[in-house]
Structure formats: C-alpha cells, structure tokens
Design a protein around this ligand. Sequence first.
Ligand code: GDP
Ligand code: MN
Ligand code: MN
Length: 265
Amino acid sequence: MSNDLLASGVILRFEAFAVENIPLVRKGHDLAQIICERTDILDEDIIIIASTIVGKAEGRTFSPDDITPGAEAIEISKHIQFTPEFIQAVLDRSREYLISSPVLLVEMKNGHICINAGIDESNVEGEMLLELPADSDASAEYIGKRIESYTGKQISVIITDTNGRAFKRGQTGVAVGVYRIHPLKDWRGQKDMFGKELKITEEAIADEIAGAANLLMGEGSDGCPVVIIRGLSLRSKDDTSVKEMYRSDEEDLIKKSLKYLRDRR
Ligand code: GDP
Ligand code: MN
Ligand code: MN
C-alpha cells in the first residue's frame, strides 16, 4: 500500500499503560514518589492521574455532618434528591449553579463546569465525601515538578475526572488540571489535504488523552488511578492551564441560555 498521503512527521503510534500496584492513597502520600518507585519514566511521558487520588493525597475528604446548610441549599434540596448539607458543600466550591434540578450543574471557581462540583463518594472509604483539588493546575504542577526532580526527565501531567457531557449519554475522562501540556491544539491556519485553510478547529487534546487513559483506569474497583502515555510529542516549555479551554461568560452560548432559564424560574 502506498503511504503517499501521509504528511511528513506524522506520529502513527503511541503507547498507554497503567502503573501497577498503586496503594490505597491516604493524606500526605507523595504521589510523585509512589509513581516513580513503580515505573520508569522517560522524557515526554504524559502522566495521567485520577483526581480521586490527588484529592485523597491532599486530604480533601470531609463529612457532610460538619456542614451547616444555608437558605439557598435548603431551597434547592426541595427539588433534588440531595441533602441540604451535600448541596451546601457543592455551592461552597462553586462560582454559581447553572441547573439545580434534576441535576446540580455548577461552574467551579476556576471555570470548570460539572455536576456536583466533582464531589464524590465512590472509591472513598466509609461515609466520607471527597472533593476535587482546590486548584488542579497547581496540583499537577506540584506533582509534575517532583517527578521531574526525582527522575531528571521532562514530563507532562494531566489530572483527570470522570464527567458527563451535554447532548450525549455516557461519561468520559476529562482533564481538570494540567502541567506542561496545552489542553488545546490549534489547527487554525493549517491546511487540509486539499490546501484549504482550517478556520475553526482547536483539538481538545488534554480531554482526548484523559479519555484514552480512562479506558485503562475504569470507574470501579480496578485500582488503577495512574496511566502513562508515551510516544506523543506534546510537552510545552511554558506554563499551561486548563483555563485555556473554558469559554468566557460572553462567549459561552450554552452557559448564557442556562442562566436565562435559571433566572426565569
Ligand atoms: P475519578 O475519575 O478521578 O473520579 O476516579 P475514580 O473514582 O473513577 O477512580 C479511577 C481509578 O482509580 C479506578 O480504577 C479506581 O479503582 C482507582 N482508585 C481510586 N482510588 C484509589 C486508591 O486510593 N488507590 C488505588 N490503587 N486505586 C484507586
Ligand atoms: Mn470523580
Ligand atoms: Mn472516574
């Protein structure tokens, strides 16, 4: 078969593998050390880490019993199957809510929009809840820099969570924090196969990588919170942030519509 259509320098293969034998993570664990002790890291590796274990290592578990709900949380609880305490915990981590029933969709303080502010009870011991890292970019940078100093290699980190999507059933891994990888790849200005200029496409590479890694992580008892993707050449020399992905209030038509509906009620 002829390969005449392949552009020069195109990458045809990458490798994804899970880091085995990660322990049950507890507050104070050094995730960088845990990862480096269990696998060899190479330059340009992308290390994908489930937010669940980052939250656990940072000690971000809490009990709903310690929360005093305010009037807004009590009002919302009349229309959704959550306790006022849980709703208050979600509101405390949000800039504002966009939908309050039958799901609680919020914009978090860094611009990430998700259900329940990412607060979760799955894969957490006992009756405790777990929140996302307060600043997942900062957490990714902290872990990434430690991995670089342990190994002497230059790597990227993506912290992921499982999120639903608008318009479609099914959840997928998404990036909630990045270190040294831009979440978007800008194709604008490049040419298609027929020389036409691409005008719109920004490829959501961090979410694509998160989705690929999530195939190995699973959602249940797999015990597989760290995946390495090797063979893509995507490391950035500059600082990067998931905020590069989020649309401004002005730009985001769906956010605007949801706020309009919310405020009409
Ligand atoms: P999220 O997508 O970040 O909310 O994380 P999930 O709860 O979906 O878990 C992702 C993966 O990490 C699954 O394979 C879990 O079994 C695994 N996992 C979660 N916590 C731990 C832990 O403390 N230790 C280990 N080894 N695996 C964990
Ligand atoms: Mn989660
Ligand atoms: Mn998950």
